[in-house]
Each structure stands twice: as C-alpha cells, then as structure tokens.
Design a binder for this molecule. Structure first.
Ligand SMILES: [Zn+2]
Length: 178
C-alpha cells in the first residue's frame, strides 16, 4: 500500500489475518488455533498530528496462544494494541527530531517513526506489535488446578527452560546455519 497517499487522504482500512501468517511471531509460540480464535483483527487510519505530522494509527486485537512458563500449559494471551506510526521517507529521518526538551520527552503519545514507502509492509508492522505485546516469559496469573503454580515450587520451575523453548532454539540454530 502507498502509505503517504493513505495518510494524505485520511483513509481507513481494516481486516483479519490468521496468526499462521506470522512466522517470526510463531517461532516461540505453541501451535495456534485455526479459524476464528486464530485471527488477528487490525484497523489502520491515516491521521494528522497536532503539529501537522502525517500519522498512521494502527490497532490490533488478537488472542494468540502462549505457553505458560510455570505449568507449561498453553493459554490465550489477549492482545489489544494501539500504536501511532509516523512514516518517513529516509533512514536519516528516522533519527531526526527525537525529543530533546523534557516537555516533549514526557509525551507518551510520541509516534514511532517507521520507514514508509510506496510498498509499506503492514503485515510486518502488525507482527512487530504482536511480538512486543507478548511477554518474554508468559505465565498464568494462577495456573490451572493440579499444577504447582503457586508457592514453593515456583522458583524452581522458573529456572527450567521448557522443552518447547529448547526446540525453538534448535530450530533457530539450524536456520542460522542454513
Ligand atoms: Zn500456568
């Protein structure tokens, strides 16, 4: 999609995409559900910022399955992310205009600059946000019955890498060699 045109015309788009499309995301996750439960819903709007910046507002909803690192059971991790993106034309612009004065520094709504182009990779952007939304060590708040979730066994369990993690690492190493 032409991201600059999209913003200029204040366009809106939305859609759904299966979690199976996101190879980078899935390399550390258990198998994802098919159908409705495995869908990522996204919406994107072209906007103008308070200082006239051309912005993209990206919203994502999904419930990817993650593996609890305490009891090793998979569970759905609700993702509801919204991010403001500011497409720029060149790599140099990515580093430009970072806030220097404290007032701006405190502005949490500072958009994240992304390299725009006539072929903006929306799926890659969605995947980045999904990866950022999932904790590195996901855990049930309370593990299901029968697991040593709470209490003494916890610390021990946390140090033991899951078989899935080990497998993922092996796969990655193979990929690196190839
Ligand atoms: Zn658990």
């Amino acid at each position: 999609m032409d991201v600059f045109e999209f913003v200029r015309l204040r366009r809106h788009a939305q859609g759904e995409v299966g979690l199976g499309r996101f190879v980078r995301l899935l390399q550390d996750l258990p198998e994802q559900p098919q159908g409705e439960a495995g869908l990522v819903r996204w919406a994107i709007d072209g906007e103008q910022g308070t200082r006239g910046e051309q912005l993209l507002r990206l919203q994502i909803q999904a419930r990817p399955l993650v593996q609890c690192q305490r009891c090793l059971q998979p569970f759905a991790w609700p993702v509801q992310a919204e991010v403001l993106l500011q497409p720029v034309l060149t790599e140099a612009e990515l580093d430009e205009g970072l806030p220097l004065d404290e007032e701006e520094d405190l502005d949490a709504s500072q958009p994240e600059k992304v390299l725009g182009s006539r072929r903006f990779d929306l799926l890659a952007q969605i995947e980045d946000e999904l990866i950022l939304s999932i904790p590195y060590v996901p855990r049930h708040e309370v593990c299901p019955d029968g697991s040593p979730g709470a209490g003494g066994a916890q610390a021990q369990d946390e140090r033991r890498p899951s078989p899935f993690e080990a497998l993922a690492r092996l796969k990655r190493n193979d990929a690196d060699k190839a």
